[in-house]
Every structure is written in C-alpha cells, then in structure tokens.
Design a protein around this ligand. Structure first.
Ligand SMILES: [Zn+2]
Ligand SMILES: [Zn+2]
Length: 131
C-alpha cells in the first residue's frame, strides 16, 4: 500500500494497487500551481485511492481538470481529469517514500525551462505520452 500526505500532516492518503504513468511533467500549469520547475506524478485507479484524514481544497486548473492541495500548508496532492474518469494522479513527492515510485519519463518537455538540463536518459515527450 502507498501512503502519503501533505507537508503539515493534516491530509493523509492511502492507495492500493500498482502505480502507473510515472512521469515528471514540465507543463506550465504544474509549474505555476506548485512554484516548482516540474512536478513528478504517478497514476492510480480512483477507486483504490482514498483520503484518510483531512479534506483537501480543490480547484479547476483547466475546464476539465481538478487539482487538490492542502489549504494549510499548500502541498499539491492530486490531479483528476474528466478525460480519464477512472484515474487519479498523485504527486510522487507527497508520498512518504518517493524513492519507491520513480518517474519513467518526462512529459510536456516542449514547456521545459531552459535551465533544466535533463541527464537521466529517460524518454522525453514533447506533450503527453504517446501510447
Ligand atoms: Zn498540509
Ligand atoms: Zn503538468
């Protein structure tokens, strides 16, 4: 079972099952909503993800996508899009053990900041991963 939560500890989550779509996303929305140069995510089945304490604040980051974060400390936690109603994306670095779910590629590198130099040899996708 994967466990994680926000920086201040008010919000805790758990997830069963196997993560997928592990990626570091360089899109401008991830960047601007976190204040970080890029954000690493993994996906789970929505039915296997649960908040076990606290109540994340939610906001629409695009017309069909909702993100959640801790309203006390600001940690961004999840991303859900109507395009994939069975999936929820979770920020890898909100896990208690981010080392256990490393990214497998980079996405939206067309938006990558020029001073981020990628040398990890992972595949890079200009936009979303192409299936
Ligand atoms: Zn918090
Ligand atoms: Zn993104």
């Amino acid at each position: 079972m994967l466990k994680g939560g926000c920086f201040c500890g008010q919000i805790r989550y758990e997830a069963d099952g196997t993560p997928c779509n592990e990626t570091s996303c360089h899109c401008a929305i991830c960047r601007r909503t976190t204040g970080a140069a890029f954000v690493t995510w993994f996906s789970m089945r929505r039915a296997q993800f649960r908040i076990v304490s606290g109540e994340p604040k939610r906001f629409k980051s695009t017309a069909n996508a909702t993100r959640s974060f801790c309203a006390v400390c600001g940690t961004q936690l999840t991303f859900e899009t109507e395009d994939y109603p069975d999936e929820i994306d979770v920020t890898t670095c909100s896990l208690d053990d981010p080392e256990s779910v490393p990214p497998k590629d980079h996405t939206y590198t067309r938006s990558r900041l020029g001073w981020i130099k990628l040398s990890d040899q992972l595949p890079q996708h200009q936009k979303a991963r192409t299936p």
